[in-house]
Design a binder for this molecule. Sequence first.
Ligand code: SF4
Length: 328
Amino acid sequence: MKIVCDLCAHRCELSDGARGRCGVRENRGGVVVTVNYGRVIALAVDPIEKKPLYHFLPGTATLSVALHGCNFTCSFCQNHEISQKETFSATAGYPLPPAELARQWEARPTPSVSFTYSEPLVWQDYLLDVAAILRPKGARIVMVTNGFFSDEALDRLLPVVDAFNIDVKGDDRFYRERCGGRLDLVLRGIERIAAASGKVLEATTLVIEGVHTADEIVALGKQLAELGVQVWHLSAYHPAYRLSLPATSERFLLDICDRVRAEVLIPYVYTGNIRSSEGDHTRCAACDLLLITRRGFSIGDNLIRAGCCPSCHRPVYGLFDDPESKPK
Ligand code: SF4
């Protein structure tokens, strides 16, 4: 009997013994299971800025966790060794059941736990089981994802994930030709998260010079702005996996960023993966006061108080490490 896996928007129909497009979900006798459930392939403490999240507890550490798997096939994947099914091995990684991960977190608690590096949608059962243990103990949950949610997946994840970084890869043609996905379904999830209260949402786009054009990036930004996205990271591509185009130049990225800031109504736009740290700082969207300086993944002074600019007192989007601050 065929069963539909509803963990992502591919909604693979699986006959008995078959695996889905991600290579890690399998129909076993009428039940779809994650074949590598609890087999952790990467575990590290990172700065939250590395996700990247700039408006969620800046300057704090996060415990980052990954299992193998992804539902996309991007030729430029920066983490293909742990995401693509042709590199999957059932014996890779090591078993770390949710309770054991929770014990490790309790020994060295961080303000958040991040599900990241590969694609947590395809092993979201593990994320949900960890969150059920750790959220009541005070850990906030972060998901770094391509956002190819099924409606059911977002129903499950939205109540327990505190901050999302969603990778928005390009226009619909780009998704279909280079990723094996669809833009409209990613935007549908973004719209729901942006409308939900108490969640922090940041978007990231890896800009590939020679593939993306400035017009396309500006058009994408306008779509994100309409959906309510407040924070957008424009990050420079570097050659990886099967794409050998030269790295995106700093000039190309900075020019695009200037156009986005001038033409797109997203108040916080950042650059990433380039030497210049000018585009990494947070300025008040109302009065332009420099609020947080950054160099690499480190932050300097954070002037935000009670979630507001200390000069004009306007709220700053996000959640800041301040007892009076609530997500805005
Ligand atoms: S997680 Fe997505 S890609 Fe994997 S089997 Fe389920 S629906 Fe298919």
